[in-house]
Design a binder for this molecule. Sequence first.
Ligand code: HEM
Length: 337
Amino acid sequence: MYYPTYLQLEKILDAQHPESVRLGKPAHDEMLFIIIHQAYELWFKQILFEVGSVHGIMASPQINDNSPELQVAVRRLHRVVEIMRLLVDQINVMETMTPLDFLDFRDMLRPASGFQSMQFKILETRLGLRVAERHGQQYFTSQLKPEDASHIYDLEKETPLLDLVNRWLERMPYFSDAECWTGWTGEGDFWNHYRQLYHDSLGEGEKQNIRVFDELFMTDDGHSSQRLSDRARRSALFIMLYRDYPILQNPYRLLNHLLEIDELLATWRWRHMNMVHRMIGTRVGTGGSTGKGYLREAAMKHYIFGELAELTSFLVQRTALPDLPPALSRKLGYSTL
Ligand code: HEM
């Protein structure tokens, strides 16, 4: 093997062809503009590769929470998180280009736009964002080639990571195993007891939150428009509350990485939006959207794991948490290995 051959550098390094050069009006900063987008797309490819493998693991009908499989999923999601941090930081490099530098070649790019980044759209879709929940659905027809738009609609029919996580949470066995609760001394079952603790923790002026708690955790109505079922939400809350038990550490890390991914995607969106504002003010995008206006609405609306993030509203202080019965404590410890 030879370094340039292995990395196919001939192809990669021959893929920067500024439009301004082709049109005979070379603009110095267009090289940076091309390379930075290509670097993003390469990282998107790696992220999709990792998310695809996590998808494969989470799609299996049974995952032992203490298995190497779950550890692998957690480690790969952690990798995605670190790549995303890099992607946010890359905006600093983009911002070394000034608005005037950009104007030298901006008009030559129409109607191309980052909106047409298929890998970005695929990533959002694989994680769980649905077209119906998107801001600016009309740009799907005006900015994307019909085959690209269809590709996203088709992909949406496959189960996204968010729904796989929901199923995985629903499978958490401890609440359907009566043996685990032998010796439980709380009032009623665990969740009725917890509901009372949560109620007692609410200050005046927020007592009505108990109704939201009931709606999200206790109804099991199955008609909810939400992406997580009550049962899955209970498992996620339980994992957050008792995350220091060995068996719950990896499930907790997994949930935490999903929240980090959402937070970093949002951070990227806001930084990108502010950069765009600085670069083109309030002008429309090269793709034809309202520019900053579109990006702001998308940033607010396109959270994917928001329902997981909201669960923190329902935590109670650690000191108030009930002790788990001995049988369950044993199951959540290393002794079950
Ligand atoms: C001078 C730098 C940049 C400007 C002025 C800019 C501008 C814009 C604008 C105005 C949009 C809205 C769609 C449109 O009408 O065009 C957009 C979307 C987008 N851009 Fe950029 N962009 C820049 C750099 C980048 C970079 C470096 C990336 C990295 C991949 C990127 C990725 C995206 C993505 C993924 C979208 C779709 C976002 C969404 O739908 O939430 N942009 N950009």
